[in-house]
Design a protein. Structure first.
Length: 160
Protein backbone atom coordinates (compact mmCIF):
# COMPACT_ATOMS: atom_id res chain seq x y z
CA UNK A 1 0.00 0.00 0.00
CA UNK A 2 1.54 3.23 -1.12
CA UNK A 3 0.62 6.55 0.40
CA UNK A 4 0.92 9.51 -1.95
CA UNK A 5 1.15 13.09 -0.83
CA UNK A 6 -1.33 14.16 -3.49
CA UNK A 7 -3.87 11.60 -2.22
CA UNK A 8 -3.43 12.78 1.36
CA UNK A 9 -3.76 16.41 0.33
CA UNK A 10 -6.92 15.58 -1.60
CA UNK A 11 -8.23 13.77 1.49
CA UNK A 12 -7.52 16.86 3.61
CA UNK A 13 -9.40 19.14 1.22
CA UNK A 14 -12.31 16.69 1.15
CA UNK A 15 -12.32 16.87 4.94
CA UNK A 16 -12.48 20.65 4.74
CA UNK A 17 -15.39 20.32 2.31
CA UNK A 18 -17.11 17.91 4.74
CA UNK A 19 -16.65 20.53 7.47
CA UNK A 20 -18.25 23.19 5.26
CA UNK A 21 -21.23 20.92 4.60
CA UNK A 22 -21.45 20.13 8.31
CA UNK A 23 -21.58 23.85 9.05
CA UNK A 24 -24.47 24.32 6.63
CA UNK A 25 -26.28 21.35 8.18
CA UNK A 26 -25.68 22.81 11.65
CA UNK A 27 -27.24 26.11 10.58
CA UNK A 28 -30.28 24.24 9.26
CA UNK A 29 -30.70 22.43 12.57
CA UNK A 30 -30.14 25.72 14.40
CA UNK A 31 -33.01 27.27 12.44
CA UNK A 32 -35.23 24.31 13.38
CA UNK A 33 -34.36 24.81 17.06
CA UNK A 34 -35.16 28.52 16.82
CA UNK A 35 -38.51 27.76 15.19
CA UNK A 36 -39.58 25.23 17.82
CA UNK A 37 -38.27 27.11 20.84
CA UNK A 38 -37.43 25.15 23.95
CA UNK A 39 -38.26 21.50 24.17
CA UNK A 40 -36.95 18.20 22.90
CA UNK A 41 -35.88 19.63 19.52
CA UNK A 42 -32.56 20.94 20.90
CA UNK A 43 -31.00 17.75 22.25
CA UNK A 44 -32.47 15.64 19.45
CA UNK A 45 -31.07 17.93 16.77
CA UNK A 46 -27.65 17.96 18.48
CA UNK A 47 -27.62 14.18 18.57
CA UNK A 48 -28.71 14.05 14.93
CA UNK A 49 -25.94 16.51 13.99
CA UNK A 50 -23.19 14.49 15.66
CA UNK A 51 -24.46 11.24 14.14
CA UNK A 52 -24.41 12.93 10.73
CA UNK A 53 -20.91 14.35 11.18
CA UNK A 54 -19.51 11.08 12.54
CA UNK A 55 -21.05 9.04 9.73
CA UNK A 56 -19.80 11.51 7.11
CA UNK A 57 -16.23 11.42 8.43
CA UNK A 58 -16.22 7.62 8.65
CA UNK A 59 -17.64 7.33 5.12
CA UNK A 60 -15.04 9.79 3.88
CA UNK A 61 -12.19 7.87 5.46
CA UNK A 62 -13.52 4.54 4.13
CA UNK A 63 -13.84 5.83 0.58
CA UNK A 64 -10.66 7.90 0.28
CA UNK A 65 -8.22 6.70 2.94
CA UNK A 66 -8.76 2.92 3.18
CA UNK A 67 -10.61 3.31 6.49
CA UNK A 68 -7.83 5.08 8.34
CA UNK A 69 -8.83 8.08 10.38
CA UNK A 70 -6.02 10.61 10.47
CA UNK A 71 -5.60 13.60 12.71
CA UNK A 72 -5.54 16.00 9.81
CA UNK A 73 -8.94 14.68 8.75
CA UNK A 74 -10.43 15.93 12.00
CA UNK A 75 -8.41 19.13 11.72
CA UNK A 76 -9.67 19.67 8.15
CA UNK A 77 -13.27 19.10 9.20
CA UNK A 78 -12.86 21.56 12.08
CA UNK A 79 -11.24 24.11 9.76
CA UNK A 80 -14.07 23.70 7.25
CA UNK A 81 -16.67 24.14 9.97
CA UNK A 82 -14.89 27.26 11.26
CA UNK A 83 -14.56 28.59 7.71
CA UNK A 84 -18.27 28.15 7.17
CA UNK A 85 -19.08 29.80 10.48
CA UNK A 86 -16.86 32.81 9.83
CA UNK A 87 -17.44 33.34 6.11
CA UNK A 88 -20.71 31.72 5.06
CA UNK A 89 -22.64 31.66 8.33
CA UNK A 90 -24.13 35.12 7.83
CA UNK A 91 -25.52 33.97 4.47
CA UNK A 92 -26.59 30.42 5.22
CA UNK A 93 -28.43 31.03 8.50
CA UNK A 94 -31.08 33.35 6.99
CA UNK A 95 -31.37 30.95 4.07
CA UNK A 96 -31.87 28.04 6.50
CA UNK A 97 -34.51 30.05 8.38
CA UNK A 98 -36.34 30.64 5.10
CA UNK A 99 -36.19 26.92 4.27
CA UNK A 100 -37.59 26.01 7.69
CA UNK A 101 -40.39 28.57 7.33
CA UNK A 102 -41.25 27.24 3.87
CA UNK A 103 -41.27 23.67 5.18
CA UNK A 104 -43.52 24.69 8.08
CA UNK A 105 -45.94 26.34 5.65
CA UNK A 106 -45.89 23.33 3.34
CA UNK A 107 -46.44 20.89 6.21
CA UNK A 108 -49.15 22.97 7.93
CA UNK A 109 -52.12 21.05 6.43
CA UNK A 110 -50.68 17.72 7.55
CA UNK A 111 -49.95 19.07 11.04
CA UNK A 112 -53.46 20.54 11.22
CA UNK A 113 -55.04 17.20 10.29
CA UNK A 114 -52.87 15.26 12.71
CA UNK A 115 -53.68 17.70 15.52
CA UNK A 116 -57.41 17.35 14.81
CA UNK A 117 -57.12 13.58 14.68
CA UNK A 118 -55.28 13.61 18.00
CA UNK A 119 -58.00 15.73 19.62
CA UNK A 120 -60.67 13.39 18.27
CA UNK A 121 -58.87 10.33 19.65
CA UNK A 122 -58.44 12.09 22.99
CA UNK A 123 -62.16 12.85 23.08
CA UNK A 124 -63.09 9.24 22.33
CA UNK A 125 -60.62 8.02 24.95
CA UNK A 126 -62.20 10.32 27.55
CA UNK A 127 -65.70 9.09 26.72
CA UNK A 128 -64.61 5.44 26.89
CA UNK A 129 -62.83 6.05 30.19
CA UNK A 130 -65.86 7.68 31.81
CA UNK A 131 -68.09 4.84 30.56
CA UNK A 132 -65.66 2.29 31.98
CA UNK A 133 -65.56 4.10 35.31
CA UNK A 134 -69.37 4.16 35.45
CA UNK A 135 -69.49 0.44 34.70
CA UNK A 136 -66.88 -0.32 37.37
CA UNK A 137 -68.67 1.83 39.94
CA UNK A 138 -72.00 0.25 39.17
CA UNK A 139 -70.39 -3.18 39.42
CA UNK A 140 -69.14 -2.41 42.92
CA UNK A 141 -72.56 -1.19 44.00
CA UNK A 142 -74.34 -4.21 42.54
CA UNK A 143 -72.35 -6.62 44.62
CA UNK A 144 -73.20 -4.92 47.94
CA UNK A 145 -76.86 -5.81 48.31
CA UNK A 146 -79.83 -7.12 46.41
CA UNK A 147 -81.94 -3.98 46.82
CA UNK A 148 -79.24 -1.79 45.45
CA UNK A 149 -78.75 -4.19 42.58
CA UNK A 150 -82.25 -3.65 41.24
CA UNK A 151 -82.00 0.11 41.65
CA UNK A 152 -78.73 0.30 39.78
CA UNK A 153 -80.04 -1.89 37.02
CA UNK A 154 -82.89 0.57 36.55
CA UNK A 155 -80.42 3.47 36.52
CA UNK A 156 -78.21 1.63 34.05
CA UNK A 157 -81.18 1.10 31.76
CA UNK A 158 -81.89 4.82 31.93
CA UNK A 159 -78.29 5.52 30.86
CA UNK A 160 -78.69 3.37 27.79
Amino acid sequence: MTVSSAGQLRFFFLSVLAGLISGAFYNLLRAVREKNGRGPAGPVSDLFFWIFVGAALIKLSLDFNDGGIRGYQLLGAACGFALHYLCLGQISLPLARAVVRAAAIALFPAAFLLRGLGLYVKHIYGKARTMLLKICQSGKRVSTSRKRRKKIQKNYKKLL
